[in-house]
Structures are given as C-alpha cells and as structure tokens.
Design a protein around this ligand. Structure first.
Ligand SMILES: Nc1nc2c(ncn2[C@@H]2O[C@H](COP(=O)(O)OP(=O)(O)OP(=O)(O)O)[C@@H](O)[C@H]2O)c(=O)[nH]1
Ligand SMILES: Nc1nc2c(ncn2[C@@H]2O[C@H](COP(=O)(O)OP(=O)(O)OP(=O)(O)O)[C@@H](O)[C@H]2O)c(=O)[nH]1
Ligand SMILES: [Mg+2]
Ligand SMILES: [Mg+2]
Ligand SMILES: [Zn+2]
Ligand SMILES: [Zn+2]
Lengths: 205, 205
C-alpha cells in the first residue's frame, strides 16, 4: 500500500511538471499484442504535422516497438522495465528527464502489455486510453473491469477479425459502458487506420 | 528477492505433496485470451475417461472460466487473486487443501493471463506449458523470452487466423527453439480441437 501511495505522489509531480511545460500526456494501456504500437504509429502519422510529439515505450528488454515509432522521426525513449509488468511514475520521471519538454506538446506513453497492474500505477498522464482486441475473447472487459473504470477512451481493435472470433464488438462496448459510462468507445481496425480520426477527436489532441 | 525465495520454498512443498499423492500437475500460462481455458476444455474432454482430473483457475474476481470447465463434471477450484497478476505457490497450497488429493491423478492449473510474472513464480507443478496466439503478433516470444526458457510445451494457438494476422507460425516456433531447444512446440487451433492429441503426447498425460 505504501508503494502505491509513493507512486501516487510521484505521479502528481509528473502531472504538475507536464502541465507547467504545456505537454499533454496520454497513458496507452492494453493486453500484450492488442495493438498499442499500431495505434501510436497511426496517431503519430496523423498528428506529427501539427503537434510536437514524443513517445515513451515500456518493454522488458527489447526495443522493437520504439524502433517502429522512431522511423517517424519523432523523439522516442525506451523504458526497460526488466521484470516489471507495468510502468510506474518513477520510471516515467526518469524518462522525462531525458527529453527537452519545451520542444514537445504531446507525449504518448505505451505501457507494458497488461490489463491488471497498470490500473493501480498512475503515471501522471492527463488521459488514459485502453486498447482491447476482439481476438482476446468476449469476456475481457468483465474479467478486468478495474482498468476500464478511469479510462477516458477505450479502443476495440481488430474488428476485421470479429466474425472469425465469433465475438460481438457491440457487446464489448456495452461491457465498457456498464463499468464506466463516461468512457468514449471507438471500434477500430488500427492496422488499416480505421477509427483513428475518432480516437483523435475523443482525446481532443 | 525474499518474496521469490519464500515462493520457491512453498513451491517445493507443493511439489513434494503432489508427488507423494501421485498427482501430476501442469501449470498452464499464456497471455490474456491466448486460449488457455479452451485448451483445458479440450484436454479435459479427451482425458476425463482415463484420468481423474481437477482444475484450478486463477482470476481476479470472476468465475467465468471455472464455470466452463465445471460443466465437464470434474472438480474445479476458483482462485481469486484480487489484484495480483499471477498465481503463486501459497495460493496453490491453499487450493490444494480444498480437494481430496487421493481422488485425483492429474491437476491442470490455469494461471492468470500474463507472460511476465508467472515466469518467476513457480507453483510446484511438474510441467509448465505456455499458450501463445498468433493474434498477439510476430514478436511475442522475442519480447518475453524468460517464460519460454523453462516451458516443457509451447502451444501456438489460433492458427486459423495466422493468414489474416500476417503472422508466420514457423517463425514463432523458431523463436521458441532459439530460447529453449528442449521445448516441444505444437501448432494448434484449440477451439476446433486441432493439435490437442499432440499436446497430450508431449505432456505424457
Ligand atoms: N488483423 C489485425 N491485426 C492488427 C490490427 N492492429 C494491430 N494488428 C496486429 O496485431 C499485432 C500486434 O500489434 P502491436 O501494435 O504490436 O500490439 P501491442 O499492443 O503494441 O503489443 P505489445 O507492445 O507487444 O504488447 C501485430 O501483428 C499487428 O500487425 C488490426 O486492426 N487488425
Ligand atoms: N479463432 C480462434 N479462436 C480461438 C481459438 N482458441 C480459443 N479461441 C477464442 O479465443 C478467445 C479466448 O479464449 P480463452 O480460452 O478464453 O482464452 P484464455 O487464455 O483462457 O483467456 P483468459 O483466461 O481470459 O486469460 C475465446 O473467444 C475463444 O473462443 C482458436 O484456435 N481459434
Ligand atoms: Mg507495442
Ligand atoms: Mg481462461
Ligand atoms: Zn505488474
Ligand atoms: Zn504479477
């Protein structure tokens, strides 16, 4: 419990620092392989003309995702978490120290693939987005309701596979609304860019 | 580190208890939605005629998976982990106390969906199986190599979607072999029962 309180305090420090520098930050969470990097790749592609963007990515050891995003020419910071299955406010604080916050106005943080711990570890980001995929099955929201409770936007991805999976995306949307009626739910095919503009609108970026 | 040592000690106790009672236990791990319950459902369907089976399932709060397996008429124990994203030896010890070990000879343990923590938390099971799905993308093994290092069997599931995902299952198999040349890799479509007999052979159950 002390661990979570210490994390909350640091998250608040991060939040104040980002606000002072006029940087909007978004914490992007979701299961392993749900489509977080693909979504960020699409967002950066659409926004880099009018926003000054940096991307943080939390991974155990590899830099595969960071390399994909770096090709856009935006600033990226790889956060290697070692054995941790979630990012925390301290890791983000250290990553913030590596960049010139005056040179950016939008920070996208890709969390470690996990629908459990990230719910408890605030990072100091202003908005929280959760990506789920229809390929994870029909009960994914019901089984992990906590992380959806304070999500601003929920993206239901890989809609191209909903039929093959026999998963009803409308039902998943209802499950989200049941847990958090304020969340904006966007049905998407991130790989093909379907739904990206709606995500941008819902985040107000 | 003390936490892991304490867990190893308890796992060893579980292992001895299971061995004394002649119960084979298998720890089934994998991402959220990779197909662990579907695999267990198929295994139980094939084996319940000749083995006396019990199934443990670790979930945050719901009993959805346990209910699916219980329909087979085999003994099931739901382990609610609350906020933990992995099972540990202590939770398994408590679950073992709830069943008559003399009445079973095979225990299937479905771990919480996660490819990170379960690698460090041995449960005392004799064999470890990891289920991955082609829908999680092409880099899933490379990004999470630790959990594959001491897996006996790795099931690459949802092969029916490999083409739609543009993911090469042979490449995933190579990634597994690269990390652990002793692991048996089985390509499967668990939903339709494809590959289940090969899984049974590789586990020797
Ligand atoms: N069919 C389909 N595949 C998609 C879609 N979006 C992403 N993918 C694929 O899903 C796989 C995983 O996508 P990523 O974007 O790497 O997922 P991630 O959430 O960043 O994964 P981790 O960082 O490893 O947790 C890749 O093979 C993508 O090409 C989609 O809309 N439809
Ligand atoms: N297309 C396809 N879908 C599958 C296959 N195997 C399982 N599924 C589907 O994948 C979804 C998740 O399967 P589960 O067996 O519940 O996965 P799990 O790993 O137990 O999930 P959690 O316990 O929630 O972590 C369900 O909708 C299944 O029907 C398969 O071989 N092909
Ligand atoms: Mg990623
Ligand atoms: Mg399951
Ligand atoms: Zn964690
Ligand atoms: Zn964990």
């Amino acid at each position: 419990e002390d661990l979570l309180q210490a994390n909350r305090d640091l998250a608040e420090e991060n939040r104040r620092l980002l606000a002072r520098c006029g940087v909007e930050a978004i914490d992007i969470m979701g299961c392993i392989g749900s489509g977080k990097t693909t979504l960020i790749h699409q967002l950066v592609g659409q926004l880099k003309g009018r926003r000054r963007i940096a991307v943080f990515k939390g991974d155990l050891t590899t830099t595969i995702d960071t390399d994909i995003i770096a090709r856009h020419g935006v600033e990226t910071v790889q956060i290697n978490t070692g054995k941790e299955c979630h990012l925390d406010a301290n890791l983000v604080r250290k990553a913030l120290a590596k960049i010139d916050l005056g040179s950016i106005d939008l920070l996208l943080i890709e969390n470690v693939g996990n629908l459990i711990c990230p719910a408890d570890f605030q990072l100091g980001a202003e908005k929280r987005l959760v990506v789920i995929s229809v390929t994870e099955g029909p009960y994914m929201v019901v089984k992990h309701s906590r992380i959806f409770m304070d999500a601003d936007t929920v993206v239901i991805n890989k809609l191209d596979l909903a039929e093959a999976m026999k998963v009803d995306a409308d039902r998943l949307e209802e499950d989200v609304k049941h847990v958090n009626s304020n969340a904006t739910v966007v049905k998407a095919i991130c790989r093909d860019g379907v739904g990206i503009n709606t995500v941008i609108e819902s985040l107000g970026v």
